[in-house]
Write a protein that binds this ligand. Structure first.
Ligand code: GUN
Ligand code: FE
Length: 454
């Protein structure tokens, strides 16, 4: 099943369009058009099911997923630093500000070397696809050429991607060897990348989108934040940045701007329906309200936050408030390229947030007091449909009008870690086991726009 465009797929699986709820798809027919857009989803009880199935069979358009495999929406990673892949799994033992200056800025500065960039970006995109990530929101580096290369590689490999040239020009917070020379360089460089993406001859379907990417407020001058806000409005582009991530960063913005990251981003026009705020651990109730009013989104990065943030994002509260939230690996602040692992981390940290962690305290003093726990249903939602909605893209669920971005799970794969037993198949228990125990080897096939890409 290399290409499912114009085909009818007979499959069983799961999706989660609503936070906290799983929809089980049993022997469903998913009809794709020539562009990989889902035209209809029919269940065995539906009136048109029998005719659709026999027509598809007669026209040799019917493709059957093996009965023991499960179909899931592809994962949507809402926060990835593509150039940091070479240091994945290292340097997690120092504070954020030390990590940036000692390891991360020197590594990102190396992307003037296009051979180095090509090798790192190819490996990353291949590995993310193999891990089931069909959409990724990428920070690149400040460099024009290497960032264009990342665009080319995503188009070549078929990954849906949103890509930003990083803007960072504040000489007080960025090193001489790695920063935009001026606000003009940051803003014009961002515009040049937007134009490159939009005019790319291989991107007529818009599989890759450009993103206005102020790294975070400390790294940018006010002139750059102002100019990028105007550019985002003019171009109607996505925006991504880091927001209230750690005490140091949050405190820096409070002392420089006299307000929180959220409020400051808003006055620069950087808080829009297409904005993705990574981390956002230290939001005030007013910040949350403003994010909701603007319909902006948060990328929850549970693994990274354990190392750098010193706080847990209150995912359950944010979802109950109706905020758009997606899941982010934050490669390489988080040491995993797998959204399955990040789903597990999101569940784990939510439990610790609810129960508290200090065993020397009695339970009633140890607990945070609020119901903070999420389960596999919420985790699966934010990794798929929630991420798609957060990005304002028609991905992450099997619904007519959405793109067929999907993965298939093989419980019997060689080297796999998923074990299903009698009675599991097709039940929510099977999905729960997939989320807690499956790994890369269990991901049998990966589709973007109906085309097999891994
Ligand atoms: N804040 C500014 N830059 C970064 C980055 O690269 N990673 C994380 N986690 N936080 C940041
Ligand atoms: Fe980050």
């Amino acid at each position: 099943m290399r290409d499912l465009r114009n085909k009818v797929l007979l499959a069983s699986g799961f999706h989660a369009p609503v936070p906290g709820e799983i929809e089980v798809l049993k022997d469903s027919l998913i009809v794709l058009d020539g562009e990989g857009i889902i035209q209809s989803v029919l269940r065995p009880g539906d009136e048109a099911y029998g005719l659709q199935k026999s027509d598809a069979e007669r026209q040799e358009r019917l493709c059957r997923l093996p009965a023991e495999h499960s179909l899931l929406p592809g994962f949507v990673d809402c926060h990835v630093h593509a150039p940091q892949y070479p240091q994945l799994g290292t340097a997690l033992d120092v504070p954020l500000e030390t990590w940036l200056h000692t390891y991360t800025f020197p590594l990102e500065a190396r992307y003037t070397d296009l051979a180095f960039a090509r090798r790192a970006y190819r490996l990353l995109v291949e590995d993310l696809l193999a891990n089931g990530t069909t959409t990724a929101l990428y920070f690149a580096t400040i460099h024009q050429d290497a960032t264009r290369l990342l665009v080319d590689i995503c188009l070549e490999k078929g990954q849906r991607a949103l890509i930003g040239k990083v803007a960072m020009d504040n000489p007080d917070e960025c090193p001489d060897y790695y920063r935009d020379a001026s606000p003009d360089a940051a803003i014009k460089g961002t515009k040049a990348l937007i134009d490159y993406v939009r005019a790319h001859p291989d991107n007529t379907a818009g599989t890759v989108l450009p993103v206005v990417t102020p790294r975070f407020i400390p790294a940018c001058t006010d002139a750059t934040l102002q100019g990028l806000g105007e550019l985002a409005t003019d171009c109607g582009c996505h925006v991504q940045t880091h927001c209230s991530e750690s005490d140091w960063e949050h405190g820096y913005v409070l002392s420089r701007h006299g307000m929180t990251d959220t409020m400051s981003l808003d006055r620069f026009g950087l808080l829009t329906r297409r904005s993705m705020l990574a981390h956002s651990n230290l939001l005030t109730p007013d910040d949350m309200e403003q994010i909701k009013v603007r319909q902006a989104a948060v990328a929850h990065c549970p693994l990274s936050n354990a190392y750098f943030a010193g706080a847990v994002f209150p995912l359950r509260a944010a979802l109950e408030k109706g905020l758009h939230v997606g899941l982010g690996s934050d490669i390489s602040g988080g040491p995993s390229a797998s959204l399955l692992e990040n789903m597990r981390a999101a569940i784990l940290v939510s439990r610790m947030l609810e129960s508290g962690v200090d065993g020397n305290l009695p339970p009633h003093l140890r607990a945070s007091g609020a119901k903070a726990r999420i389960d596999f249903r919420h985790a699966f939602h934010v990794a798929t449909a929630g991420g798609g909605k957060a990005l304002d893209l028609p991905v992450g669920q099997f619904t007519p009008g959405y793109r067929f971005d999907a993965i298939t799970i093989d419980p019997q794969a060689n080297g796999g870690t998923l074990r299903l037993f009698d009675g599991d198949e097709g039940s929510e228990a099977a999905l729960q086991k997939i989320i807690f125990t499956a790994s890369r080897a269990n991901i049998a096939a990966v589709y973007v726009d109906g085309r097999k890409v891994a």
